[in-house]
Design a protein around this ligand. Structure first.
Ligand SMILES: [Zn+2]
Ligand SMILES: [Zn+2]
Length: 484
C-alpha cells in the first residue's frame, strides 16, 4: 500500500531568524518498507555558491528515537539543499541518509531555512510511504542500522617507520553531501596525487564513514570526518565515526559540540574563517584546537584567515594551522572549482605506523606545515634549545631559555628557489631572506625575552607579477618561553 503525506506552509524571515530549524512531524505506520521524500520551495537561489537573491531550504530527517540536541539518537540523514529528494529503506538509502529499520511512530522532517527573502518562502514537502500488507516472513533481521564504530579504520596502514612527515588533505566532500564523486573516486585520486592520508568531511552526516571502513585496504589512510555546517560558520571534525550535531545557533551550543568531539577523542577545527566561504561568525567560541588557515588555493582570500590566526597566536592561543582543499568535484565529474585534492597539502610529523591516531596526535601537537601542492614546497622549522647542536624541537613545540640566552633555529626549505623565506615573530616579519637553492638550510639565533612565537613562510609570485605574491608553504609556530 502506498501512502502520501503532504506538508506545506509559509515561513517569513522573522520565523527563520528566531529559529532556522523547523520540524514537520508525520506518522509512519508499522510494516513500512520504504520512505521517500521530495520537496520544493518558491524562488530558490540560482547564483553560484548560493549567493544572490532567492530562498534556500535545507532538509534532514529524524526517526522516533528522538531529535534532541547533541546526541539525537533518531538522526537518519541530512542533505542540505543539494538533493531535492531522498529515500530510506531497510537495506539502502540515498547517500547522506542512514538505511535501516523504518521504526513506526512519529518521524520529523527538519527544514533548515538558510536564506529567506523578505516576502517569505512557501515550502511543499511530499512524503511517500510504502507499507507492506503483512509482516515480511523473515521480519527483516538484516535491517539493522549501520555500525557507527568500526575498529578496521584504526588499524595501522604501514608497520614501523621512524619519525617522518606524512602528507594529506583534511577537507573534501562526496556524494554523501554536496560533492559529485564517491569516496572511492576521491581516495583513488588522492593516491595518484601522492597523498598518505585523506579526511572525508561531508556536511552534517556520517554515512560516508561506512565507505571509509569498506575501503580500508586501499594504500591510503582514510580518516572519518564531518564538516559541522551551521548558518554561522563551519567546523571540521575528525576522528569520530559518530554523527556530530550541527544545529548550533550560538557559541554556547558550538562549545557543547566541541566538548562532545574532544571528549570522545576527536579533533575539531574552525573552517575557512574569511569573508568568502561562508565566514566564521562564532566570535565567542573559544578553546578550539585547530584553524583551517589555508583553504583552497592561497589567493582564495586566505590572507584574511592568516591574519586572524596570527592574532590568536599573539595572544598566546595555541591554535594549530591546518589546510584543506574543500574539494567538491574531481574529473570526470563536472568541475566546480579550479583545484584538486592536496591544494593545499597538510604535512604532519608521525612516529611509528601511519594510523588515524598518529596523524591526529601529530596535528594536536602542532607538528605541522602546509604546502601549496602534494609535491611541496616543504618548509620545516626546528630549534636547538639546549645548544648541543641537535635540532630536537620543531613546530608546535616550546623552547625555553634563560634571560639573555640565545637559541639557535633552523629552517629547511625544499623547492624554495626563487622565492623568499619570511620569518614571522609575534605577527611581524623578523627577517626576509631570498632563497637561491632548491634545498636550502637557513640558520639564525634569537634571544627569547619578550617574544611569544616564531614561524616561517615561503612567499613568492604566482602568475603575473602585478597580482602580487602568494604563500607557497608555511609552518606552525615554535613557542618561545624565556624565564624571568
Ligand atoms: Zn565549509
Ligand atoms: Zn567543505
Amino acid at each position: 500500500m502506498e501512502q502520501e503525506i503532504r506538508l506545506e506552509g509559509v515561513v517569513r524571515p522573522d520565523d527563520a531568524l528566531r529559529d532556522p530549524y523547523m520540524y514537520l512531524p508525520f506518522s509512519v505506520p508499522a510494516r513500512t518498507t520504504r520512505l521517500h521524500v521530495s520537496y520544493d520551495y518558491t524562488e530558490p537561489v540560482t547564483a553560484p555558491f548560493g549567493l544572490g537573491p532567492g530562498n534556500r531550504i535545507d532538509i534532514g530527517i529524524f526517526d522516533p528515537r528522538g531529535a534532541h540536541f547533541l546526541e539525537a539518537p533518531g538522526f537518519r540523514g541530512w542533505s542540505g539543499s543539494s538533493k531535492k529528494q531522498f529515500f530510506i529503506a531497510p537495506h539502502e538509502a540515498t547517500p547522506g541518509y542512514i538505511r535501516g529499520p523504518l521504526f513506526p511512530g512519529e518521524w520529523n522532517l527538519m527544514l533548515g531555512f538558510e536564506r529567506v527573502q523578505e516576502d517569505g518562502v512557501r515550502y511543499d514537502v511530499r512524503v511517500g510511504l510504502t507499507v507492506a500488507d503483512r509482516e515480511a516472513p523473515d521480519a527483516d533481521p538484516a535491517a539493522t542500522l549501520p555500525d557507527a564504530v568500526s575498529p578496521a579504520g584504526r588499524k595501522p596502514r604501514q608497520s614501523g617507520g621512524k619519525g617522518r612527515f606524512v602528507k594529506g588533505d583534511l577537507h573534501c566532500h562526496t556524494v554523501h553531501s554536496d560533492g559529485l564523486n564517491t569516496v572511492e573516486d576521491l581516495a583513488r585520486n588522492a593516491i595518484e596525487r601522492g597523498l598518505d592520508f585523506l579526511a572525508v568531511t561531508d556536511h552534517n552526516t556520517n554515512t560516508h564513514h561506512e565507505d571509509i571502513t569498506r575501503l580500508s585496504r586501499l594504500p591510503i589512510l582514510l580518516i572519518p570526518g564531518e564538516e559541522v555546517t551551521t548558518y554561522w560558520g563551519h567546523a571540521n571534525m575528525w576522528g569520530l565515526r559518530d554523527w556530530v550535531e550541527f544545529r548550533c545557533p550560538d557559541a554556547e551550543s558550538m562549545q557543547k559540540v566541541q566538548r562532545f568531539v574532544l571528549q570522545k577523542g576527536g579533533l575539531i577545527s574552525v573552517n575557512h574563517p574569511k569573508s568568502v566561504g561562508p565566514p566564521w561568525l562564532f566570535e565567542q567560541w573559544s578553546g578550539y584546537p585547530c584553524m583551517e588557515v589555508w583553504q583552497a588555493p592561497w589567493r582564495f582570500y586566505n590572507w584574511e584567515s592568516l591574519e586572524r590566526w596570527d592574532l590568536l597566536l599573539r595572544r598566546g592561543e595555541r591554535v594549530v594551522a591546518v589546510g584543506g582543499s574543500d574539494v567538491h568535484s574531481i574529473p570526470p565529474a563536472p568541475p566546480m572549482h579550479p583545484h584538486g585534492l592536496g591544494n593545499p597539502t597538510t604535512w604532519v610529523y608521525v612516529e611509528g605506523p601511519l594510523t588515524e591516531d598518529a596523524v591526529l596526535d601529530g596535528i594536536r601537537q602542532g607538528h605541522v606545515f602546509l604546502s601549496d601542492d602534494p609535491p611541496g614546497p616543504q618548509l620545516i622549522l626546528t630549534a636547538d634549545a639546549d645548544g648541543d647542536g641537535r635540532f630536537e624541537k620543531m613546530m608546535g613545540d616550546t623552547v625555553e631559555a634563560g634571560e639573555g640566552q640565545r637559541v639557535s633555529f633552523r629552517v629547511r626549505a625544499i623547492g624554495g628557489a626563487g622565492r623568499k623565506l619570511w620569518l614571522v615573530c609575534d605577527g611581524f616579519p623578523l627577517d626576509i631572506i631570498p632563497l637561491n637553492d632548491v634545498d636550502s638550510v637557513y640558520n639564525f639565533s634569537l634571544e627569547l625575552s619578550g617574544r611569544t612565537y616564531i614561524r616561517a613562510e615561503l612567499r613568492g609570485l604566482r602568475g603575473r607579477p602585478e597580482r602580487g605574491e602568494v604563500i607557497w608553504a608555511m609552518t606552525n609556530p615554535i613557542w618561545l618561553n624565556s624565564d624571568g
